[in-house]
Design a protein around this ligand. Structure first.
Ligand code: HEM
Ligand code: SF4
Length: 761
């Protein structure tokens, strides 16, 4: 029974009271207590009895983010929509605690049943802007949510089995899994029950409450396909069977230490085969080691990837297995194995003959071709609903929930490509399902094509965004759709992914053509740009990352995509993947071909370059964060930074040619050059001696925090200091490659610092 909470009762609105009453008894007692406690803290915050900073951690742990909606508009994948909001407390990067924010709803392995879909649709309509946004980690986000509504939202979600606990904050985030496990032809077995058990075991577990940063876990049913993306995760598990003592046993290939962000790391193999009985125990040991030894103070070094990298996987493995040996037996490690069968989905509709209708309907046939794939169970199909930029309206969600009940029963899965997968569609039902989906505008025949672009929220709503990822993705969708019909198969299936900044929420590192938002200053204006990242690998669970090629003005991105796809089509070998083609072409040649598109026309000639996609105002980065004025800035800085840009490019070319040690020295030179360039803004006579440059850089840019990134703090500055202290010849190949990426980011940070300083002048 739910406990009464005297403070919140006095201050809840009438509708909150009703929801509390209605939801009472429909959720685990622990969840009810936690929501009550949150409500009390909210009340105390309102009374001014809890600091904003402290309350921020509380609300983030429940998935309630601050957001920006500075431009008051939002791209819905088709058009830029105005978002009216009557409250004035809403603008800018330092969103007020009680200004509308974003609520992230955790959807373990992306599984939602119709009842849950209905509730999410209601919440989006009643408390948000009527849009449910599917994220790249299978969550659903509602934007423009008011903090005071969150207790009611939490209760209504909890009453249908959904929690937002640990959807954000330094905690175990949503546990993701391939959306087609259970019905996939290449899987070893269905990982759903294991993902579910791990979610329940770790939720609120005392051993995962003291992390320095977030921790993301993913399951995959097989190694070769991308769907689980285990390689980009803090912990990744790939289903595998193996003969043990003459019996076929289920288990997992166990990976740790992957991650995207500014410097991406591929996960490392911790153990080749962890049995199902050992899975949760070993996970607990990993979490304890991370909680105890992971960095806590410096956020930028606090992900597990840094610990694994610093120790090396052998030491990490040894520490984990020693920890495992010390753990006290816990029945929950294996209890769930007895009920695994309950996850076995069965078809809701009996198999009927293959359809004969719609055979002349070209739209239907196009949809079959792109959005429908056979399951391993003969006669049943997976239907992907391609959502524009991951958005689905409340109305669409509600009707979809009805269709699920009619055709599927069990539910849907959200996907990491921001779509929704329906499974168990009987072949005979495909035409009628198509007709029903068409009525609610959910039959875009673009799934698994170049048009189905992934994009993070970017500047539309994210406080860290540098450029409009959704605006660009919306524009590219539109641009490419006009070419879709004549598009060659080779380019039709390329992946494009866009992030608004280096944090890489849009997963640009693992796409054929990736972009992340940056900016460049021209005179006293700023031009929105995207860094082009080419040749990342989507298959093999995000098996390798692309390389940055150079900054492209945002408005030149569609032309860049045209050029790249045309070049590939014209010059590729008969069966040559895009990634291989890019590697064969090499960075120098690529840059030569793109250089024209990288040019920024003067404002007078092309003012549109100075405005971001989906905006009408001149571009600014001033709402990202605040920096300090560095005194007079002269164009010598421009020269210095441009030169640093060129040197870092040279390093990448040397790397590509296998001259790794030389490349790392060149990368170091680029960093020194960028630092020197900034100093030249007020001291044109600064020496060329790295020692003196570093001293001055530390005094004038680090001690004063001018170089501090609004989000990453001193992370980029430390790249320089660390590299300076390191004997570069002692680094291994991986570390050398990282140094080159760090140099790229340092130069980028120098540009940003210069932009911030100039804007504040
Ligand atoms: C309020 C807006 C958001 C903020 C402030 C934010 C912040 C961040 C940061 C700081 C990172 C880099 C992590 C690191 O290097 O340690 C990151 C990575 C990432 N975020 Fe977000 N994010 C936001 C929204 C989203 C959304 C909407 C999604 C989609 C669910 C998302 C998914 C990811 C993914 C997939 C990564 C890369 C994987 C990794 O963690 O290494 N983020 N985010
Ligand atoms: S990539 Fe950057 S802009 Fe996009 S959601 Fe993540 S933090 Fe925000």
């Amino acid at each position: 029974m739910e406990t009464k909470n005297p403070i919140s009762i006095l201050h809840r609105s009438e509708s909150d009271e009703i929801w509390k009453e209605k939801c009472s008894g429909k959720m685990p007692e622990q969840w009810a207590t936690e929501i009550n406690e949150f409500e009390t803290e909210l009340f105390l915050k309102k009374q001014g009895k809890i600091e904003d900073r402290i309350f921020a951690e509380t609300r983030l742990r429940r998935g309630a983010y601050g957001q920006r909606y500075d431009n008051g508009t939002r791209h819905d994948g088709k058009e830029q929509r105005k978002i009216p909001f009557p409250n004035a407390l809403t603008k800018g990067p330092n969103t007020m605690w009680d200004a509308p924010g974003m609520e992230r709803i955790k959807i373990p392995y992306g599984g939602m049943n119709p009842e849950q879909m209905d509730v999410i649709a209601d919440l989006a309509e009643e408390y948000s802007d009527g849009i449910c946004h599917v994220t790249t980690r299978q969550d659903i986000q509602l934007h423009y949510v008011h903090i005071e509504d969150t207790p009611s939202m939490f209760r209504r979600l909890a009453a249908v089995g959904i929690t937002t606990r640990e959807a954000c904050g330094n905690s175990i985030r949503n546990i993701t899994a391939c959306p087609i496990v259970g019905v996939c032809k290449t899987e070893a077995f269905d990982v759903t029950p294991y993902a579910d058990a791990m979610f329940r075991f770790l939720l609120g577990h005392p051993d995962v409450q003291d992390f320095g940063r977030k921790f993301k876990i993913a399951f995959s049913g097989c190694k070769q396909n991308p769907c689980g993306l285990t390689n980009i995760h803090d912990m990744g598990l790939i289903a595998k069977t193996q003969e043990v003592n003459g019996k076929i046993k289920r288990g997992f290939e166990f990976y740790v230490g992957g991650g995207l962000g500014a410097v991406p790391y591929q996960a490392k193999l911790l153990d080749e085969f962890v049995t199902e009985e050992e899975l949760l125990a070993l996970t607990q040991a990993v979490c304890r080691v991370y909680a105890r030894y992971g960095e806590k103070k410096k956020r930028s070094r606090a992900r597990i990837k840094f610990l694994v990298n610093d120790w090396g996987i052998e030491k990490f493995r040894q520490m984990v297995f020693e920890e495992r040996a010390r753990l006290k037996e816990d029945l929950r490690w294996t209890d769930y194995l007895a009920t695994i069968d309950q996850f076995q989905e069965k078809p809701h509709r009996a198999l009927s003959a293959a359809p004969t209708s719609h055979q002349n309907n070209q739209d239907y046939l196009a949809w079959l071709n792109t959005n429908v794939q056979p399951q391993k169970q003969p006669g049943y199909y997976i239907v992907t609903i391609a959502l524009p930029l991951g958005d689905i309206t409340s109305n669409q969600m509600r009707v979809l929930a009805d269709l699920v009940q009619k055709f599927v029963k069990d539910g849907v899965r959200t996907t990491v490509e921001q779509n929704i997968a329906l499974r168990w569609i009987n072949q005979g039902d495909l035409p009628s399902l198509y007709d029903e989906l068409k009525k609610i505008d959910l039959v875009d025949a673009v799934a698994n094509t170049i048009i189905d672009i992934t994009a993070c929220p970017g500047t539309d709503t994210c406080k860290l965004g540098n450029a409009s990822s959704r605006g660009l993705a919306g524009e590219l969708r539109h641009h490419l759709a006009t070419r879709m019909v004549q598009m060659d198969e080779a380019i039709r299936h390329l992946k494009i992914k866009v992030s608004g900044c280096f944090n890489s929420c849009g997963q640009h590192h693992i796409s054929d053509i990736g972009f992340y938002g940056i900016s460049r200053k021209v005179g006293n204006r700023i031009v929105p740009h995207f860094q082009l990242v080419l040749g990342g690998q989507w298959t093999e669970n995000g098996g390798s990352y692309g390389l940055a090629v150079g900054g492209i003005p945002s408005k030149a991105v569609p032309a860049t995509v045209d050029l790249l796809t045309e070049m590939y089509l014209r010059e590729k070998q008969p069966v040559e993947p895009f990634k291989t083609y890019i590697g064969r072409l090499g960075k120098v040649e690529l840059k030569n071909r793109l250089v024209k598109l990288m040019e920024i026309p003067p404002y007078e000639a092309e003012p549109s370059y100075y405005v971001d996609w989906g905006d009408v105002r001149e571009f600014t980065t001033s709402d990202i964060g605040t920096g300090e004025c560095a005194g007079e800035v002269v164009s010598l800085v421009d020269f210095g930074l441009k030169e640093a840009d060129r040197i870092v490019f040279e390093a990448q070319v040397q790397l590509e040619q296998g001259q790794t040690l030389q490349a790392v020295h060149t990368a170091y030179r680029a960093m020194i050059h960028a630092a020197q360039g900034l100093i030249k803004g007020y001291n044109p006579d600064i020496s060329n001696d790295p020692e003196l440059i570093l001293q001055e850089f530390k005094k004038s840019f680090c001690d004063t925090e001018k170089f501090y990134d609004p989000f990453a703090g001193d992370k980029f500055a430390n790249y320089l200091f660390k590299t300076h202290e390191t004997d570069l010849a002692t680094l291994n190949q991986d570390q050398m490659k990282q140094k080159i990426q760090e140099a790229q980011l340092f130069v980028e940070a120098a540009y940003n610092c210069y932009t911030r300083m100039s804007m504040n002048n």
